[in-house]
Design a protein around this ligand. Structure first.
Ligand code: G1P
Length: 314
């Protein structure tokens, strides 16, 4: 296996986004705006920031607006140019100039493991990153660059892990792991996709960042459909965890304790919008004042209602 520092990122974007219907009926979920940028742009920016400038998106039907977003829009550029609106022009260019973005269709979508396998030819024989578009990682809490560092030091593959409450573990891949001499790094000894809480080996959930050894491709080719009848990346990683380093095996985990937003979940999506808007220099100060007033008003209304209720029942 080559030990070259990874330069390629794979972003699977073929999902249907059913949790956001009807918004996602004709618009890919990855294009939903988080403040004024589509969610996918944050993810590509994160990859680029970690030094991954070759991005492969594994797409499906109805995803052409994604390609358009990262392409030039000459008509719009000419119009902004004519108005002398350099600021907006720069924002339009941001997405175009970010990275070398390639697209491949998944065809028959048979799960996350299958989406990664579709990237095999593009990736070749070198370690690479996988970023899932539903997870936004706050740029102040770098995760991917730490994972790349751990991969460089320990070889094999690296998953991102996060402690979650027991009641939520069935939503994630879950890792069995042992400690290492680094506080934020564990040795993964086993993985199971979305276990019921009582069968979960730990409270460490796999979140949507991976640095994978190219050995994953051969493993995925042999991985039968798992949970939900889909070819699961988690199952392939479970196999890699038991393979020798000489064969590209071994799985480490980086335990992330920073800020992560699951934009695939409606409530979390709203929280991401509020937090990111609050932190923005241009919008934050005014927005946070409004938010404070809004919350205070809601609390007053709730306490007035309960006082009225108390009177009515007394
Ligand atoms: C996928 C993976 C799962 C992982 C999760 C992270 O599940 O299969 O192991 O924990 O992403 O977001 P999905 O959320 O696509 O169902």
């Amino acid at each position: 296996m080559s030990t070259r520092r990874p330069t390629k990122a794979v972003i699977p974007v073929a999902g249907l986004g059913t949790r956001f219907l009807p918004a996602t009926k004709a618009t890919p979920k990855e294009m939903l705006p988080v403040v004024d940028k589509p969610a996918i742009q944050y993810v590509v920016e994160e990859a680029v920031q970690a030094g991954l400038t070759d991005v492969l998106m594994v797409t499906g039907r109805n995803k052409t607006s994604l390609e358009d977003h990262f392409d030039r829009n000459v008509e719009l550029e000419i119009s902004l140019e004519a108005k002398g609106d350099q600021e907006r022009l720069a924002r339009v260019h941001e997405a175009t100039d970010l990275a070398h973005i390639h697209y491949i269709r998944q065809g028959d979508p048979r799960g996350l493991g299958h989406a990664v396998l579709v990237a095999a030819q593009h990736v070749g024989n070198e370690p690479f990153a996988v970023l899932l578009g539903d997870d936004l990682i706050d740029e102040r809490d770098p995760l991917l660059s730490r994972m790349l560092e751990v991969q460089e030091q320990r070889g094999g593959s690296v998953v991102a892990l996060m402690e979650v409450p027991q009641a939520q573990i069935h939503l994630y891949g879950c890792a069995a792991a042992t400690a290492t001499d680094k506080d934020d790094v564990v040795q993964v000894t086993g993985l199971v996709e979305k276990p019921p809480a009582e069968e979960a080996p730990s409270s460490l959930a796999v979140i949507g960042r991976y640095v994978l050894s190219a050995a994953v491709f051969d493993v995925l080719r042999e991985t039968p459909p798992g949970r939900g009848g889909e070819i699961q990346l988690t199952d392939a990683l479970e196999t890699l965890a038991t393979m020798s380093a000489a064969d590209g095996g071994g799985v480490s985990g980086v335990v992330f304790r920073g800020r992560r937003y699951d934009t695939g979940d409606r409530a979390d999506y709203l929280k991401a919008v509020v937090r990111i808007a609050s932190d923005r220099d241009d919008l934050g100060p005014e927005f946070v004042v409004w938010l404070g007033e809004f919350v205070a008003e809601r609390q007053r209304a709730a306490s007035d209602a309960s006082a009225t209720g108390d009177q009515a029942t007394s």
